[in-house]
Design a protein around this ligand. Structure first.
Ligand SMILES: [Zn+2]
Length: 377
Protein backbone atom coordinates (compact mmCIF):
# COMPACT_ATOMS: atom_id res chain seq x y z
CA UNK A 1 0.00 0.00 0.00
CA UNK A 2 1.25 3.46 -0.91
CA UNK A 3 1.55 6.53 1.31
CA UNK A 4 -2.01 7.63 0.48
CA UNK A 5 -3.39 4.89 2.67
CA UNK A 6 -5.24 6.81 5.38
CA UNK A 7 -3.81 5.05 8.42
CA UNK A 8 -0.29 5.48 7.13
CA UNK A 9 -0.77 9.17 6.41
CA UNK A 10 -2.11 9.77 9.94
CA UNK A 11 0.80 7.90 11.49
CA UNK A 12 3.28 9.83 9.38
CA UNK A 13 1.73 13.12 10.43
CA UNK A 14 2.00 12.01 14.06
CA UNK A 15 5.76 11.87 13.50
CA UNK A 16 5.76 15.55 12.50
CA UNK A 17 4.14 16.63 15.78
CA UNK A 18 6.28 18.52 18.24
CA UNK A 19 5.58 16.67 21.47
CA UNK A 20 6.48 18.47 24.73
CA UNK A 21 9.67 17.16 26.34
CA UNK A 22 7.72 16.48 29.55
CA UNK A 23 5.28 14.26 27.64
CA UNK A 24 1.53 14.49 27.13
CA UNK A 25 -1.20 15.02 29.74
CA UNK A 26 -4.52 13.25 29.29
CA UNK A 27 -7.33 14.98 31.17
CA UNK A 28 -10.47 12.99 30.45
CA UNK A 29 -10.46 9.22 31.03
CA UNK A 30 -13.08 7.18 32.90
CA UNK A 31 -12.04 4.22 35.03
CA UNK A 32 -15.05 2.28 33.71
CA UNK A 33 -13.70 2.61 30.18
CA UNK A 34 -10.01 2.19 30.87
CA UNK A 35 -9.70 -1.49 31.81
CA UNK A 36 -9.35 -3.83 28.80
CA UNK A 37 -12.38 -6.01 28.14
CA UNK A 38 -10.53 -9.29 28.68
CA UNK A 39 -9.31 -8.07 32.08
CA UNK A 40 -12.86 -7.16 33.08
CA UNK A 41 -14.02 -10.62 32.03
CA UNK A 42 -11.26 -12.37 33.93
CA UNK A 43 -12.05 -10.31 37.03
CA UNK A 44 -15.75 -11.22 36.72
CA UNK A 45 -14.92 -14.93 36.41
CA UNK A 46 -12.47 -14.69 39.28
CA UNK A 47 -15.01 -13.08 41.60
CA UNK A 48 -18.02 -15.07 40.46
CA UNK A 49 -19.90 -12.05 39.21
CA UNK A 50 -23.04 -12.84 37.24
CA UNK A 51 -22.86 -11.50 33.68
CA UNK A 52 -25.66 -10.64 31.26
CA UNK A 53 -24.18 -12.97 28.58
CA UNK A 54 -22.97 -16.56 28.37
CA UNK A 55 -19.60 -16.45 26.59
CA UNK A 56 -16.52 -14.26 26.38
CA UNK A 57 -17.25 -13.58 22.70
CA UNK A 58 -20.66 -12.18 23.61
CA UNK A 59 -19.15 -10.20 26.49
CA UNK A 60 -16.44 -8.70 24.27
CA UNK A 61 -19.03 -7.83 21.65
CA UNK A 62 -21.32 -6.26 24.24
CA UNK A 63 -18.67 -4.09 25.90
CA UNK A 64 -16.82 -2.93 22.79
CA UNK A 65 -18.27 0.52 22.07
CA UNK A 66 -19.04 0.89 18.36
CA UNK A 67 -21.38 3.04 16.35
CA UNK A 68 -23.72 0.08 15.78
CA UNK A 69 -24.21 -0.62 19.50
CA UNK A 70 -23.99 2.98 20.71
CA UNK A 71 -25.29 5.88 18.61
CA UNK A 72 -26.66 7.85 21.57
CA UNK A 73 -25.15 8.82 24.93
CA UNK A 74 -27.72 6.66 26.73
CA UNK A 75 -26.82 3.55 24.70
CA UNK A 76 -23.10 4.34 24.91
CA UNK A 77 -23.35 4.44 28.71
CA UNK A 78 -25.59 1.36 29.04
CA UNK A 79 -22.84 -1.17 29.52
CA UNK A 80 -20.90 0.96 32.01
CA UNK A 81 -23.11 -0.61 34.63
CA UNK A 82 -21.49 -3.99 33.82
CA UNK A 83 -17.97 -2.55 34.12
CA UNK A 84 -18.91 -0.77 37.35
CA UNK A 85 -20.32 -3.96 38.88
CA UNK A 86 -17.08 -5.82 38.07
CA UNK A 87 -15.01 -2.92 39.41
CA UNK A 88 -16.89 -2.80 42.73
CA UNK A 89 -15.28 -3.10 46.14
CA UNK A 90 -11.90 -1.90 47.43
CA UNK A 91 -9.86 -4.74 45.92
CA UNK A 92 -11.41 -4.50 42.46
CA UNK A 93 -11.11 -0.71 42.42
CA UNK A 94 -7.45 -0.89 43.37
CA UNK A 95 -6.76 -3.42 40.63
CA UNK A 96 -8.70 -1.37 38.06
CA UNK A 97 -6.81 1.83 38.85
CA UNK A 98 -3.49 0.00 38.53
CA UNK A 99 -4.52 -1.50 35.17
CA UNK A 100 -5.81 1.83 33.86
CA UNK A 101 -2.69 3.79 34.82
CA UNK A 102 -0.28 1.09 33.68
CA UNK A 103 -2.24 0.88 30.44
CA UNK A 104 -2.02 4.60 29.77
CA UNK A 105 1.70 4.66 30.47
CA UNK A 106 2.43 1.52 28.47
CA UNK A 107 0.16 1.82 25.46
CA UNK A 108 -1.79 5.07 25.84
CA UNK A 109 0.46 6.73 23.36
CA UNK A 110 0.66 3.90 20.86
CA UNK A 111 -1.26 4.53 17.67
CA UNK A 112 -2.34 0.88 17.59
CA UNK A 113 -2.83 -1.68 20.28
CA UNK A 114 -3.00 -5.44 19.79
CA UNK A 115 -5.90 -7.50 21.09
CA UNK A 116 -3.88 -8.34 24.21
CA UNK A 117 -3.43 -4.64 24.86
CA UNK A 118 0.21 -4.34 23.86
CA UNK A 119 1.47 -1.48 21.70
CA UNK A 120 2.16 -2.64 18.16
CA UNK A 121 3.69 0.58 16.86
CA UNK A 122 7.33 1.56 17.21
CA UNK A 123 8.12 3.98 20.04
CA UNK A 124 8.67 6.92 17.70
CA UNK A 125 5.02 6.65 16.55
CA UNK A 126 3.77 6.95 20.11
CA UNK A 127 2.68 9.84 22.27
CA UNK A 128 4.39 9.58 25.64
CA UNK A 129 1.59 9.93 28.17
CA UNK A 130 3.23 11.16 31.35
CA UNK A 131 0.21 12.40 33.27
CA UNK A 132 -3.31 11.08 33.59
CA UNK A 133 -6.38 12.36 35.36
CA UNK A 134 -8.55 9.32 36.00
CA UNK A 135 -12.19 9.85 36.90
CA UNK A 136 -14.80 7.57 38.42
CA UNK A 137 -17.85 7.42 40.61
CA UNK A 138 -17.06 5.58 43.88
CA UNK A 139 -20.80 5.41 44.71
CA UNK A 140 -21.27 3.16 41.67
CA UNK A 141 -18.57 0.83 42.99
CA UNK A 142 -19.69 0.21 46.53
CA UNK A 143 -22.07 -2.65 45.64
CA UNK A 144 -25.13 -0.62 46.69
CA UNK A 145 -23.71 -0.11 50.14
CA UNK A 146 -22.03 -3.50 50.70
CA UNK A 147 -18.64 -1.81 50.73
CA UNK A 148 -17.59 1.23 52.68
CA UNK A 149 -17.19 4.25 50.41
CA UNK A 150 -14.09 5.48 52.25
CA UNK A 151 -12.40 2.10 51.82
CA UNK A 152 -13.25 2.06 48.10
CA UNK A 153 -11.70 5.49 47.69
CA UNK A 154 -8.71 4.74 49.88
CA UNK A 155 -7.94 1.70 47.69
CA UNK A 156 -8.10 3.81 44.53
CA UNK A 157 -5.84 6.43 46.13
CA UNK A 158 -3.37 3.85 47.33
CA UNK A 159 -3.14 2.47 43.77
CA UNK A 160 -2.40 5.98 42.48
CA UNK A 161 0.33 6.46 45.08
CA UNK A 162 1.84 3.04 44.31
CA UNK A 163 1.97 3.90 40.60
CA UNK A 164 3.55 7.28 41.33
CA UNK A 165 6.25 5.52 43.31
CA UNK A 166 6.67 2.65 40.84
CA UNK A 167 7.15 5.00 37.89
CA UNK A 168 9.66 7.14 39.81
CA UNK A 169 7.83 10.32 38.91
CA UNK A 170 7.63 9.47 35.19
CA UNK A 171 3.86 9.13 35.43
CA UNK A 172 1.85 11.74 37.26
CA UNK A 173 -1.65 10.68 38.20
CA UNK A 174 -4.64 11.79 40.21
CA UNK A 175 -8.28 10.89 40.69
CA UNK A 176 -11.40 12.84 39.94
CA UNK A 177 -14.72 11.98 41.52
CA UNK A 178 -17.76 12.04 39.24
CA UNK A 179 -21.10 13.00 40.70
CA UNK A 180 -23.87 11.24 38.77
CA UNK A 181 -26.69 13.01 36.95
CA UNK A 182 -28.51 9.69 37.40
CA UNK A 183 -27.95 9.46 41.18
CA UNK A 184 -30.32 10.74 43.87
CA UNK A 185 -29.36 14.06 45.44
CA UNK A 186 -28.55 12.41 48.77
CA UNK A 187 -25.98 10.09 47.22
CA UNK A 188 -24.31 12.91 45.31
CA UNK A 189 -24.30 14.90 48.55
CA UNK A 190 -22.41 12.14 50.36
CA UNK A 191 -19.91 12.00 47.49
CA UNK A 192 -19.39 15.76 47.38
CA UNK A 193 -18.87 15.97 51.14
CA UNK A 194 -16.37 13.10 50.98
CA UNK A 195 -14.46 14.76 48.15
CA UNK A 196 -13.82 17.74 50.41
CA UNK A 197 -12.80 15.41 53.23
CA UNK A 198 -10.52 13.25 51.08
CA UNK A 199 -8.81 16.26 49.55
CA UNK A 200 -8.23 17.67 53.06
CA UNK A 201 -6.69 14.36 54.11
CA UNK A 202 -4.08 14.78 51.40
CA UNK A 203 -5.34 11.90 49.23
CA UNK A 204 -4.64 12.23 45.48
CA UNK A 205 -8.16 13.47 44.68
CA UNK A 206 -7.62 16.36 42.32
CA UNK A 207 -11.01 17.12 40.85
CA UNK A 208 -14.77 16.88 40.86
CA UNK A 209 -16.85 16.15 37.78
CA UNK A 210 -20.49 15.74 36.82
CA UNK A 211 -21.20 12.75 34.58
CA UNK A 212 -23.93 10.34 33.51
CA UNK A 213 -26.78 10.51 31.00
CA UNK A 214 -27.64 14.19 30.44
CA UNK A 215 -31.29 13.39 29.78
CA UNK A 216 -31.72 11.96 33.31
CA UNK A 217 -30.99 15.34 34.89
CA UNK A 218 -30.19 18.11 32.38
CA UNK A 219 -30.29 20.71 35.21
CA UNK A 220 -32.78 22.81 33.28
CA UNK A 221 -34.80 22.93 36.50
CA UNK A 222 -33.40 25.90 38.50
CA UNK A 223 -33.99 24.10 41.79
CA UNK A 224 -31.98 21.08 40.73
CA UNK A 225 -29.24 23.33 39.41
CA UNK A 226 -29.10 25.19 42.71
CA UNK A 227 -28.79 21.87 44.55
CA UNK A 228 -25.94 20.78 42.28
CA UNK A 229 -24.17 24.11 42.84
CA UNK A 230 -24.36 23.48 46.60
CA UNK A 231 -22.68 20.13 46.08
CA UNK A 232 -19.85 21.66 44.07
CA UNK A 233 -19.33 24.09 46.96
CA UNK A 234 -19.29 21.19 49.43
CA UNK A 235 -16.43 19.59 47.52
CA UNK A 236 -14.33 22.57 48.57
CA UNK A 237 -11.65 24.73 47.00
CA UNK A 238 -8.86 22.14 46.91
CA UNK A 239 -10.21 20.25 43.91
CA UNK A 240 -10.47 21.38 40.29
CA UNK A 241 -13.92 21.60 38.75
CA UNK A 242 -15.00 20.08 35.47
CA UNK A 243 -18.41 18.99 34.19
CA UNK A 244 -19.80 16.97 31.31
CA UNK A 245 -22.20 19.45 29.74
CA UNK A 246 -23.82 19.78 26.35
CA UNK A 247 -22.78 16.60 24.61
CA UNK A 248 -26.39 15.83 23.75
CA UNK A 249 -29.40 17.86 22.73
CA UNK A 250 -30.91 17.21 26.16
CA UNK A 251 -29.00 20.39 27.09
CA UNK A 252 -29.79 23.53 25.12
CA UNK A 253 -27.66 26.65 25.19
CA UNK A 254 -29.88 28.26 27.83
CA UNK A 255 -29.26 25.37 30.21
CA UNK A 256 -25.61 25.23 29.20
CA UNK A 257 -25.10 28.88 30.16
CA UNK A 258 -27.01 28.63 33.46
CA UNK A 259 -25.12 25.44 34.37
CA UNK A 260 -21.73 26.99 33.69
CA UNK A 261 -22.62 30.14 35.65
CA UNK A 262 -23.82 28.09 38.65
CA UNK A 263 -21.24 25.30 38.80
CA UNK A 264 -18.30 27.48 37.69
CA UNK A 265 -16.16 24.78 36.06
CA UNK A 266 -12.61 25.44 34.91
CA UNK A 267 -13.09 22.87 32.14
CA UNK A 268 -16.06 21.32 30.35
CA UNK A 269 -16.27 17.86 28.79
CA UNK A 270 -17.82 17.87 25.30
CA UNK A 271 -19.33 21.41 25.38
CA UNK A 272 -21.04 20.83 22.04
CA UNK A 273 -24.27 22.60 22.99
CA UNK A 274 -22.36 25.89 22.78
CA UNK A 275 -21.18 25.06 19.25
CA UNK A 276 -24.57 23.83 18.05
CA UNK A 277 -26.31 27.00 19.18
CA UNK A 278 -23.77 29.10 17.31
CA UNK A 279 -23.83 27.02 14.14
CA UNK A 280 -27.57 26.48 13.98
CA UNK A 281 -29.04 29.65 15.52
CA UNK A 282 -26.16 32.11 15.43
CA UNK A 283 -26.38 32.16 19.23
CA UNK A 284 -22.85 32.65 20.60
CA UNK A 285 -23.73 33.00 24.29
CA UNK A 286 -22.26 29.66 25.31
CA UNK A 287 -19.02 30.23 23.41
CA UNK A 288 -18.67 33.79 24.65
CA UNK A 289 -19.15 32.66 28.24
CA UNK A 290 -16.44 30.01 27.85
CA UNK A 291 -14.10 32.56 26.29
CA UNK A 292 -14.74 35.21 28.98
CA UNK A 293 -14.08 32.74 31.78
CA UNK A 294 -11.15 31.02 30.09
CA UNK A 295 -12.93 27.66 30.32
CA UNK A 296 -11.13 24.82 28.55
CA UNK A 297 -12.99 22.34 26.32
CA UNK A 298 -12.13 18.69 27.00
CA UNK A 299 -12.64 17.00 23.63
CA UNK A 300 -12.98 13.26 23.04
CA UNK A 301 -13.35 12.75 19.31
CA UNK A 302 -14.11 9.06 19.03
CA UNK A 303 -16.54 8.99 21.92
CA UNK A 304 -18.38 11.96 20.34
CA UNK A 305 -18.70 9.90 17.16
CA UNK A 306 -19.94 6.86 19.05
CA UNK A 307 -22.59 8.79 20.97
CA UNK A 308 -23.68 10.50 17.77
CA UNK A 309 -22.76 13.93 19.17
CA UNK A 310 -20.63 14.40 16.04
CA UNK A 311 -21.44 12.72 12.72
CA UNK A 312 -18.07 12.38 11.03
CA UNK A 313 -14.39 12.75 11.95
CA UNK A 314 -14.19 15.53 9.35
CA UNK A 315 -16.70 17.61 11.35
CA UNK A 316 -14.03 18.10 13.97
CA UNK A 317 -12.34 20.66 11.75
CA UNK A 318 -15.33 22.94 12.26
CA UNK A 319 -15.31 22.21 15.99
CA UNK A 320 -11.66 23.24 16.37
CA UNK A 321 -11.88 26.22 14.02
CA UNK A 322 -14.90 27.60 15.89
CA UNK A 323 -13.15 27.26 19.24
CA UNK A 324 -10.09 28.99 17.75
CA UNK A 325 -12.29 31.78 16.41
CA UNK A 326 -13.57 32.43 19.95
CA UNK A 327 -10.13 31.93 21.55
CA UNK A 328 -11.37 28.95 23.54
CA UNK A 329 -8.64 26.46 24.39
CA UNK A 330 -9.13 22.70 24.11
CA UNK A 331 -7.47 19.42 24.99
CA UNK A 332 -7.83 15.91 23.57
CA UNK A 333 -8.55 12.73 25.52
CA UNK A 334 -9.89 9.24 24.84
CA UNK A 335 -12.75 9.10 27.40
CA UNK A 336 -12.91 5.27 27.35
CA UNK A 337 -9.85 3.90 25.56
CA UNK A 338 -10.31 0.23 26.46
CA UNK A 339 -13.99 -0.02 25.52
CA UNK A 340 -13.49 1.99 22.32
CA UNK A 341 -10.25 0.13 21.54
CA UNK A 342 -8.53 3.44 20.87
CA UNK A 343 -5.55 5.37 22.17
CA UNK A 344 -4.83 9.08 22.30
CA UNK A 345 -2.28 8.65 19.50
CA UNK A 346 -4.71 6.69 17.29
CA UNK A 347 -7.43 9.31 17.73
CA UNK A 348 -5.09 12.22 17.06
CA UNK A 349 -3.65 10.28 14.10
CA UNK A 350 -7.16 9.94 12.71
CA UNK A 351 -7.85 13.67 13.10
CA UNK A 352 -4.61 14.48 11.29
CA UNK A 353 -5.26 11.87 8.62
CA UNK A 354 -8.64 13.40 7.74
CA UNK A 355 -7.30 16.96 7.93
CA UNK A 356 -9.80 17.51 10.74
CA UNK A 357 -7.02 19.06 12.85
CA UNK A 358 -3.78 20.83 12.00
CA UNK A 359 -0.43 20.07 13.60
CA UNK A 360 -0.57 23.51 15.20
CA UNK A 361 -3.98 22.81 16.75
CA UNK A 362 -2.80 19.51 18.21
CA UNK A 363 0.44 21.04 19.52
CA UNK A 364 -1.48 23.85 21.19
CA UNK A 365 -3.79 21.27 22.79
CA UNK A 366 -0.76 19.55 24.40
CA UNK A 367 0.41 22.85 25.82
CA UNK A 368 -3.11 23.65 27.09
CA UNK A 369 -3.47 20.22 28.72
CA UNK A 370 -0.18 20.66 30.58
CA UNK A 371 -1.13 24.15 31.76
CA UNK A 372 -4.71 23.39 32.80
CA UNK A 373 -4.31 19.98 34.41
CA UNK A 374 -5.62 19.61 37.95
CA UNK A 375 -2.51 17.58 38.80
CA UNK A 376 0.19 19.39 40.71
CA UNK A 377 3.90 19.28 40.12
ZN1 LIG B 1 -16.47 11.47 29.75
Amino acid sequence: MGPTRPERRGVEKLLELKVPAAGVVEQHVHLGGAVPIHRLYEAAVDRGIRLPVQSYAEFANLLHRRRDNSGTLERYLEIYEVAERIQSGPQAVRESVLIALNGAARTGGASSVAAEGEAVTPARHQLPIRALELRFNPMKRNGNGIWDLDRVMLSACSAVNEIRTAYKGLLRAGLMVCLGRDLPFEENQILARKVGLWADQGLPVVGIDLAGPESSNPLSDPLKLEQMAELFLLAGPKVGRTIHCGETRAIDVETFVSTVKSLQPARIGHPLAALRAYWEDDDARGLQLMAERGIVAELCMLSNLLTGAIDRVEDYQRVLNTFDQFHIEYTFSTDAPALQKSTLASEIGLLLDRDAASLDQIERSFETAARTTFLSG
